[in-house]
Design a protein around this ligand. Structure first.
Ligand code: HEM
Length: 125
């Protein structure tokens, strides 16, 4: 089980590094991070996602919903509009899938050209 969690954390670290590289290099989104410790925010996001994963394993969907409602409120207070928040969420999902495919490619899916599958998507940032 620890190996699974270690791999999950490895994937998430890559996902959030890519996600934040994009946010920080974007004119509009970068202003949200001015004067903030981005590495600390990344760590908190990863921790929060692993928390949700455990709740999911426990079947505690209500707790997961509560967590995401709180996060939407927090981002609303930061001044981030809801559509950007939801777009960012789906971007995170895609980045996560891409990293999982990338891992799989080292094993059974070696011939699957996953980059072709993802590169055509229109990005919001
Ligand atoms: C354009 C998109 C986003 C921007 C600009 C953004 C910005 C921020 C900022 C500035 C913080 C720090 C708040 C503080 O320390 O007071 C933060 C925290 C956080 N964000 Fe985002 N965020 C974005 C998208 C997301 C998404 C999609 C998620 C996933 C659900 C997420 C999850 C979190 C979490 C878990 C924290 C830490 C909350 C805590 O520890 O209390 N963010 N975000």
């Amino acid at each position: 089980m620890n190996k699974v969690l270690d791999t999950f954390e490895f994937v998430l670290k890559r996902v959030y590094d890519e996600f934040y590289d994009k946010l920080i290099s974007d004119n509009y989104f970068s202003k949200f991070f001015s004067g903030r410790d981005v590495e600390d925010i990344k760590r908190r996001q990863i921790k929060n996602l692993i928390f949700s994963y455990h709740k999911f394993l426990e079947g505690n969907i209500e707790e997961i919903k509560k967590n995401y409602i709180q996060l939407a409120k927090l981002h609303d207070k930061l001044g981030l509009d809801f559509n950007s928040y939801m777009d960012a969420l789906s971007d995170l999902e895609l980045l996560t899938l891409k990293e999982f495919f990338s891992l799989l490619q080292t094993t059974i899916m070696q011939k699957f050209r996953y980059r072709k599958f993802f590169c055509k998507r229109r990005r919001v940032f």
